[in-house]
Design a protein around this ligand. Sequence first.
Ligand code: MF3
Ligand code: CO
Length: 260
Amino acid sequence: MRKRKRIMKVGNVPVKSRAQIDGIRESGRINTAVLDYVGERIRAGISTEEIDRWVYQVTTELGAVPAPLGYEGFPKSVCTSRNSVICHGIPDEQEILKEGDIINVDVSTIYKGYFSDASRMFCIGEVSADKRRLVRTARECIQVGLMEVKPYQPIGNMGHAVHMYAQGQGYSVVEEIGGHGVGLQFHEDPFVSYVARRGTGEIMVPGMVFTIEPMINMGSPEFYVDEKNGWTVYTEDGMPSAQWEVTVAVLEDGYEVLTS
Ligand code: MF3
Ligand code: CO
């Protein structure tokens, strides 16, 4: 016998119950603990494979599963995206962090069937002022986006605010890769754009849970995907890219970040 799984949707967008949001928050706490663990240890001289080992070990010790592992064939437990890698970098024993690098560590967790997703940037040793400002701006984009997460408003208001802010700082925003609904699965509707127009997109209904994760490029927004592994996304011009990510729930009276 199987229990019917009831998922409420508005259009194609799943709307979570209070209990489901509680579950995603619990998953998010583990996700945050894993990111904290990485943050305390990441340094010049380690390989990105070492980060993968930390993420696998800490996640499983806490009774959870790393969502990326085996997801659509992804071979590792975490994405590590360094300098000109925009996203989906694959941890590698040969890739050694060095002074001056910036790196995104993107952690996603499954706990009791609930998915959470968040990422942070780390600066390795002394980093140039240019790259530090890029990292800071990408982080500020999260706050700018959150300020537009308001019930019964279109999600394009959020994406537009992020785009305008990043552009105002002299950066570009990747258009074809964006955020997503999350919680009952890794990637759910809606696709979340950070190059959107005000007044467009899905209405943010209380119970919607999605990611804010704009990819901010120092140079052009163009990119290409590594032909050999089919995953790693690089900036076309070789300039650095930065990204932070949170999982956020829309509430009747605003929002709650579920990954902090
Ligand atoms: N964590 C990424 C995101 O923000 C997804 C990575 S897909 C994977 O959506 F397969 F590489 F894990
Ligand atoms: Co995500």
